[in-house]
Design a protein around this ligand. Structure first.
Ligand SMILES: C[S@@+](CC[C@H](N)C(=O)[O-])C[C@H]1O[C@@H](n2cnc3c(N)ncnc32)[C@H](O)[C@@H]1O
Length: 223
């Protein structure tokens, strides 16, 4: 459950991410993640906040389109504002309100309930959000179902360092152990690796770690 006092002003939150160099360090890290480019990549940024993750990939993959969701519509507005600032064509982005507890259930800005398809997204990025789900485990399993065969989930998760734990506590972020998280993703058939951020990724290194899961490609049938 989101504490309503959190992220009171999305603009102030956005200002701090930028001015502290946090956003820049996240971009530097994401730029180092090896991903196969493909035409018309479908990307989901669930719990997008200011759009830091999803917008990075829209810039990196020029034919990609992004579905950006958050529990708070204010953040969707900030994401669209940030896209405009970065001169990203808004027609490449659709936004909707969704609870990370059921990430496939989206309410569009005109009030329509949409179920996002399974086996669809080539890239799903989440950051410091699955701990807000009523069940982190169910949320992760649903995200993997939405991933296309061969697709990648990048979870820029809160890390288990004293700083990561302090910030998580401060923001009422209740996450499961990172080893358990990896185990769940493996149970879903994914190849999983955990990458710690390095010194060049300061200050994000203080609080985040990357868990990257790749769903197996569709088996090829003979003849
Ligand atoms: C720490 S911010 C992370 C934003 C971004 N993903 C990142 O990596 O920086 C947490 C975001 O999760 C959103 N959030 C909180 N509870 C949520 C929920 N139950 N479902 C979806 N989003 C939620 C907040 O509105 C906020 O935008």
């Amino acid at each position: 459950m989101l504490n309503p006092r959190l992220y009171k002003s999305t603009r102030v939150y956005d200002f701090f991410l930028k001015s502290l160099g946090y956003e820049r360090s996240i971009h530097r890290f994401l730029g180092s993640v090896d991903l196969q480019p493909r035409d018309h990549m479908q990307i989901l940024d669930a719990g997008c906040g200011t759009g830091m993750l999803g917008l990075h990939f829209l810039e990196r993959f020029p034919s990609a389109t992004l579905t950006a969701t958050d529990l708070e519509s204010r953040f969707l507005t900030t994401t669209l504002d940030n896209a405009r600032i970065r001169q990203i064509d808004p027609s490449r982005i659709r936004v909707g309100v969704a609870d990370i507890s059921h990430p496939s259930q989206l309410v569009t800005p005109d009030g329509q309930l949409v179920t996002l398809p399974q086996n669809h997204f080539h890239l799903i990025c989440v950051g410091a959000v699955v701990g807000y789900a009523s069940s982190t485990e169910d949320s992760l399993r649903e995200l993997i179902r939405m991933l296309a065969p061969g697709g990648t989930l990048i979870n820029l998760e809160m890390n288990e360092s004293p700083t990561g734990r302090f910030i998580s506590k401060r923001y009422h972020y209740a996450n499961i152990a990172l080893t358990r998280m990896q185990q769940i993703l493996r149970e879903e058939g994914c190849q999983v690796r955990m990458t710690r951020l390095s010194l060049v990724h300061l200050p994000a290194k203080f609080t985040r770690v990357a868990i990257i899961a790749t769903k197996p490609p569709k088996p090829t049938t003979d003849n």
